[in-house]
Design a protein around this ligand. Structure first.
Ligand code: SAM
Length: 220
C-alpha cells in the first residue's frame, strides 16, 4: 500500500463533518458506551502493580478530541493530541477549550510520520491504526515505545476482523485486521500484551472492538 492509501484517507476525513457522529461514522450514539468501557479498562491498568503515572498522555488520531476530553483529561495532568486533519484539530481545541491548562501540545501530522517525544505515561490509539499499513504500524509502535516513561503503556482500541483475512475499506481507505495480525505486528515491534478485552454492549452490526494494552518487552 503506497501513498494513495494515505492521501485517500486524508481526503475522506477532510470531507467529514467535525462532529461526534462524523468521527464515529454515523455511530455517534455509541460514544457513551465506548468511553465507559475505556474508563473501566484504563482504571484497571492504573490500579495494577507498577502502574503508569498520570502525568502525560497522548491521544493518537484524536479527531475532534472526543477521547482526550471525556477519558484522558479527567485522569492525566496533560494530554497531547496528534491528528492530521486541520478542521478536526480546530474543533478539538475549541471543544476542549484552548484555555484548559490540561490541553498540552497539538501536533498536526500523520502517525506514519510522527515521532513522539519521550514523555508519555499512556499513549492511546483508537480507531486510527487501520489507516497505517503494517510496516508503518510496526515502526510507529517502535517509536511509541521509545517515547514511554517508566511503566508507560500503549493502549490500542480498534475494530477486529472476524475472518482470518485483512479487510480493506475503499470508502475511508483503511484496513481491519484480524486479531492474529495484531499479534504478529506486536511481535515485530517487540511489545507484549498486558491486558486485552473486547468492548461490551456495542451494536451487533459493527466489527468487534478490542482494547489491548501493550508495553515494550524488556530485553535486559
Ligand atoms: C474514526 S476517526 C476516530 C477519531 C478518534 N480517535 C475517536 O475515536 O473519536 C479516525 C481519525 O483518524 C484520523 N486519521 C486518519 N488517518 C490518519 C493518520 N495517518 N494519521 C493520523 N490521524 C489519522 C482522521 O483524521 C480521524 O480523525
Amino acid at each position: 500500500m503506497g501513498d494513495k492509501f494515505y492521501t485517500d484517507a486524508a481526503f475522506y476525513w477532510a470531507n467529514v463533518p467535525s462532529t461526534i457522529d462524523g468521527v464515529l461514522g454515523g455511530y455517534g450514539h455509541i460514544t457513551e458506551t465506548d468511553i465507559q468501557g475505556s474508563k473501566k479498562f484504563l482504571s484497571e491498568l492504573l490500579s495494577s502493580e507498577n502502574p503508569p503515572a498520570r502525568k502525560r498522555a497522548l491521544d493518537c488520531g484524536a479527531g475532534i478530541g472526543r477521547i482526550a476530553k471525556n477519558l484522558l483529561i479527567p485522569i492525566f495532568k496533560k494530554v497531547d493530541l496528534v491528528e492530521q486533519d486541520e478542521k478536526f484539530i480546530n474543533t478539538a481545541k475549541q471543544w476542549i477549550g484552548e484555555g484548559n491548562a490540561k490541553l498540552g501540545r497539538v501536533y498536526q501530522i500523520g502517525l506514519q510520520n510522527f515521532v513522539p517525544q519521550k514523555e508519555y505515561d499512556v499513549i492511546w490509539c483508537q480507531w486510527v491504526l487501520g489507516h497505517l499499513n503494517d510496516y508503518d504500524f510496526v515502526e510507529f509502535l517502535e517509536r511509541c515505545c521509545e517515547a514511554l516513561n517508566e511503566n508507560g503503556i500503549i493502549v490500542i482500541k480498534e475494530n477486529v476482523a472476524t475472518s482470518d483475512c485483512i479487510e480493506y475499506d475503499d470508502v475511508d481507505s483503511s484496513v481491519t485486521r484480524p486479531y492474529k495480525l495484531f499479534q504478529k505486528i506486536f511481535e515485530a515491534a517487540n511489545v507484549e500484551i498486558i491486558r486485552s478485552e473486547e468492548q461490551s454492549n456495542f451494536p451487533d452490526d459493527i466489527y468487534p472492538v478490542y482494547m489491548i494494552a501493550i508495553k515494550p518487552i524488556q530485553t535486559s
